[in-house]
Design a protein around this ligand. Sequence first.
Ligand SMILES: CC(C)(COP(=O)(O)OP(=O)(O)OC[C@H]1O[C@@H](n2cnc3c(N)ncnc32)[C@H](O)[C@@H]1OP(=O)(O)O)[C@@H](O)C(=O)NCCC(=O)NCCS
Length: 307
Amino acid sequence: MGTSGTPFIALLEPTALPWERHSPPDEQPHAASIPRTFIDAMKVRTEVFVQEQQIPQENEFDSDDARCAHWVIYASVNKTVQPAVTDPATGEILRPRQSETQSLPIGTLRLVPFPHAPHPVNGGVYVDEKLVSVSSESSTASTTVATSTAAATASEVTESKEPAPIPPKPTFAPDRPTAFHDGIEPYVKLGRLAVLREFRGRGIAAQLVHAALDWIRTHPDYFDPSPTERGFEQLGMEQPGSAAAGVPATPPKWNGLVCCHAQEGAVKAWKRCGFQVDEGMGKWFEEGIPHVGMFLRVEVDRSVKKV
Ligand SMILES: CC(C)(COP(=O)(O)OP(=O)(O)OC[C@H]1O[C@@H](n2cnc3c(N)ncnc32)[C@H](O)[C@@H]1OP(=O)(O)O)[C@@H](O)C(=O)NCCC(=O)NCCS
């Protein structure tokens, strides 16, 4: 399989996604109602996170996907559809090799707007977005966490036959302060960065991250929430006296802060794009994979209007 040409990057803006969590991308029952770009994103995510990293298929699509912007990078791939036919006696080519060029999705990335769930707990063990225990690095002991929903263990969650209900969108709430985040400031989050194994080591991840950063830098108000979002008042952002007067809180503005929850193995790739590890966020485990928090601040350009 050969590749040619400049990779092409597609953007899918937030949209309803009737995704069936247990089914792989090729077997989605409502495929006709799902944008091609998202199916391609899920093809890459399934190959990388489900097949390669052994994350359960049903945990790959989550509550954030429908409110995210997604980027997918495609390579032009030249595939042989029929090999050449030669005369065995003379070696003469009777029919030349037939090939066709296809656009193959090779990498993806998504951007989650605010609000977000609280920063993960240091040492936390998360399965399908739920905190199931807290482990200490210095000892092998781990404490099972009784959440308000249920005290679920990792095996209970992964072995469950019923698809877990997708959690509701988080509301604005003050978070714990970390090295780069005061716990209040709105930030957007990049995630689900994945590049197919055979295309790694060629800077594809950086192309995706830069495409997303360029876009959000020039669309800073794109994800500014409407005043009907719940929870602003908890951030202390309302006008003085507004609560008493019944005036809605002032919606927060995004000032260029970007976060990512990086797999430890991917920290170097994120650093290459300008992200710095936030030591105050500690380290936690998502689907068994160690993660750290990283931040970057981009300079926003409010002169470009959203179309
Ligand atoms: C992390 C990931 C997105 C990086 O993508 P990429 O386009 O290969 O990024 P880069 O080109 O910057 O290369 C990253 C590293 O892989 C190395 N690399 C080179 N060839 C490689 C190959 N064939 N396979 C794997 N890694 C390779 C590069 O040398 C580089 O190493 P370094 O960080 O030690 O310098 C990709 O490795 C991936 O999809 N990994 C699995 C999923 C994952 O971990 N996602 C991150 C979630 S936060």
